[in-house]
Design a binder for this molecule. Structure first.
Ligand SMILES: Cc1ncc(COP(=O)(O)O)c(C=O)c1O
Length: 304
């Protein structure tokens, strides 16, 4: 029997569907000749766009000989990256330690421990993610494991340069005119922008960020001093600030009017995509649907 004829879970990361919205765009869609397409990253095995960089950071480090199965990996992360890293670590035989503030939803913690990761909870009132990140660095310096650091690791955007970008290019047959992504580590927008602009420098890259005072899980408007090391401002043409309430309303509409139950950052990217659509004609606008909405059910955002 040739076992290679069957795919492993690893081979199912990426190659996500691109879905055309039918009702939500309304007047800014078909009447203006615009098509709005969602890249369904929630279809990845661990449920988010983060499966791509998690796999990339581990495989590339293996290729360089920096890590080998059996080693211990450490990451300070409170969200999708933790879940994705826990899955990839399980898949490839690593021990995964995830460090996060103790005010995180039980739902998220349970997803990570289900994949066998060890969680270290840090006191949220002592500095949140910054405290968690400092502890990860300290543990690495004490020889307790290797930190991948998604904010500074070039293998994060590389995943999107190698996969997300080429997929969007081929799925639109090179017709994509605008690419919209919410920005967290900025890995998605950096890598995808690099590829799409290489293929066609006229493709417009739009970054969605939370407006002042708005909390949207997974994304941040970084103060200058905290900008991720992988971020390069020249790769983004336009920024859109998104109010939390607008993103949450759009998440409900996306589920109820299109049947796409997605997270709030994905809905924020759609708010930005619709703003762009209102200004252009005959355009093919792709936005990233970062994860699925069921990851947010306990927050109550779909109950209103
Ligand atoms: C829900 C969600 N949306 C958006 C993003 C942003 O992706 P990136 O880190 O590639 O900028 C993340 C990243 O963690 C996320 O978890």
């Amino acid at each position: 029997m040739n076992q290679d004829q069957y795919l492993t879970l690893e081979q199912l990361v990426g190659n996500t569907p691109l879905v055309r919205l039918q009702r939500l765009p309304g007047e800014v869609g078909t009447p203006r000749g615009n098509v709005i397409l969602g890249k369904m990253e929630g279809n990845n095995p661990a449920g988010s766009v983060k499966d791509r960089p998690a796999l990339s950071m581990i495989l590339e480090a293996e290729k360089r000989g920096d890590i080998k199965p059996g080693d211990t990996l450490i990451e300070a992360t409170s969200g999708n990256t933790g879940i994705a890293l826990a899955m990839v670590a399980a898949m490839r035989g690593y021990k995964m330690i995830l460090i996060m503030p103790d005010n995180l939803s039980l739902e998220r913690r349970a997803s990570m421990t289900a994949y066998g990761a060890e969680l270290i909870l840090t006191p949220a009132d002592q500095g949140g993610m910054e405290y968690a990140r400092d502890l990860a660095t300290k543990m690495q310096s004490e020889g307790k494991g290797i930190v991948l650091d998604q904010f500074a690791n070039p293998d994060n955007p590389l995943a999107h340069f190698k996969t997300t970008g080429p997929e969007i290019w081929s799925q639109t047959a090179g017709r994509v005119t605008h690419f919209v992504s919410a920005m967290g580590t900025t890995g998605t927008i950096m890598g995808t922008s690099k590829f799409l602009k290489f293929m066609n420098p006229n493709v417009q890259i739009v970054g969605a960020q939370p407006a002042e005072g708005s909390q949207i899980p997974g994304i941040r408007k970084w103060p200058q001093a905290y900008l991720p090391k992988i971020y390069d401002a020249t790769r983004v043409d336009r920024f859109e600030l998104i109010e939390q309430s607008d993103a949450e309303t759009m998440a409900r509409r996306l589920a109820a009017e299109e049947g796409i139950c997605a997270g709030v950052s994905a809905a924020g990217a759609l708010v930005a995509a619709l703003r762009v659509a209102a200004e252009v004609r005959d355009s093919t606008i792709v936005f990233i649907v970062c994860d699925r909405g069921d990851r947010y059910l306990s927050t109550g955002i779909f109950n209103q």
